[in-house]
Design a protein around this ligand. Structure first.
Ligand code: ZN
Ligand code: ZN
Length: 383
């Protein structure tokens, strides 16, 4: 329908060359009048617990390295829920409205003229962090902490994937092998964070690990550890339905901190303490458990995003055991690896995607994820 309208207006406008119209259509100007402003449907986060489906102008190829992606699968992330449930994240005030969605995969619709890595029709997962390439961080291999970092689906930064289309630079579009689905592509993003977090702990081979929190990130950490030869994995989670998922993800033991003293239970099995603990829920109680569980010289990897602006540690325990605390900022160059591991079958992520929603049901997707309703692990919106 849209194409017919374009074609009609193209004939009418006359003055426009076909190349300027592009394969995807665009604005048609005639005598100062603007016809056929192409719009798309997008889910806007408009306030706390408020999502509206709105018509908004389609993103357009404007740079030579732009890639326009038709969004096919977008995961609802725990970090999205922060913006959904509160207008404050840490010390940051959220500015609405914006289009969320950074765990995004889809099919390339159109490309800028210098793009060589992908072609229209290719399925890609979009690396959501767009770095500048020139600052001190970028130049020293840390694009994820780029001074001018722009993030997909983050308010005040880049338009996210909860829409029919999303625009990204070529370097941020990771092609998916033919066998892989867009949903698997969307799941590769949280897996990349898990791979990066596991990597920050040093070699995990044969090491005992605790994973506190069995949401999509915690579960992905468990799979990353097992794929890289990790030792026994002890998983804890308050949502009962996720304990079964932890076993699927490779946990050797699971416990619910609401029902049992998980520190005592784990130390009864690992009397020397654990080598590494991944805190994957952003809760003070879990940070305390992590310090209590670690052996001297152990590493606490703080993956979860706390809602409170400050967290604390038992300084005596942490100091005497010389606990290393490693913070994690998203991930760095791990998306290709995540795609490769899923493709090779080394990590089986499909069970993480438990609930699917149309774009119009985006609010339902967020509510389901926020309430951990119906055994949800990852809610996926399919625009
Ligand atoms: Zn995320
Ligand atoms: Zn930079």
């Amino acid at each position: 329908m849209k194409d017919c309208v374009s074609a009609g207006l193209y004939a009418l406008a006359g003055r426009l060359s076909k190349s300027r119209l592009g394969s995807h259509g665009g604005l048609l100007n005639s005598g100062g009048l603007t016809y056929n402003r192409l719009t798309m449907r997008a889910a806007f986060l408009t306030g706390v617990r408020a999502i509206e489906i709105r018509e908004t102008p389609e993103p357009k190829i404007s740079r030579d390295d732009d890639v326009l992606v038709r969004s096919k699968a977008v995961g609802v992330c725990g970090s999205d829920l922060h913006y959904y449930l509160s207008d404050c994240v840490g010390a940051d005030k959220v500015s609405y409205p914006f289009i969320p969605g950074h765990e995004c995969a889809g099919v390339v619709e159109a490309v800028g003229k210098a793009v060589a890595r992908v072609r229209p029709g290719d399925t890609v997962v979009v690396e959501p962090a767009v770095s500048c390439g020139t600052c001190d961080q970028c130049r020293t291999g840390r694009p994820h902490t780029c001074r001018k970092l722009l993030f997909l689906g983050h308010y005040g930064e880049l338009t996210g994937g909860m829409a029919e289309f999303v625009l990204a630079p070529e370097r941020n579009c990771v092609p998916l092998p033919a066998k892989m689905t867009a949903v698997q592509g969307a799941l590769a993003e949280p897996l990349s964070i898990a791979l990066y977090a596991a990597g920050l702990a040093g070699s995990v081979r044969g090491k005992t690990a605790g994973v506190l929190g069995a949401g999509p990130i915690g579960l992905s950490v468990m799979m990353a550890l097992k794929a890289d030869g990790g030792g026994a994995v002890y998983a804890t989670e308050k949502v009962e339905a996720r304990l079964g998922a932890a076993v699927k993800a490779g946990a050797d033991w699971t416990g619910n901190p609401d029902r049992e003293d998980i520190v005592a239970e784990i130390l009864a099995r690992e009397s020397l303490g654990l080598d590494i603990v991944f805190e994957c829920c952003g809760e003070q109680s879990a940070l305390d458990q992590a310090v209590a569980l670690l052996k001297p010289g152990g590493t606490l990897v703080a993956v979860g995003i706390p809602i409170e602006p400050r967290v604390s540690f038992d300084s005596s325990k942490a100091r005497r055991r010389e606990i290393r605390v490693q913070n994690v900022r998203r991930q760095n160059k791990c998306l290709e690896k995540a795609v490769g591991m899923i493709h090779a079958g080394r990590v089986k992520v499909d069970f993480l995607a438990t609930h699917f929603f149309k774009l119009e049901e985006a609010r339902e997707a967020y509510e389901t994820a926020a309430a951990r309703r119906n055994g949800v692990i990852k809610a996926i919106v399919t625009p």
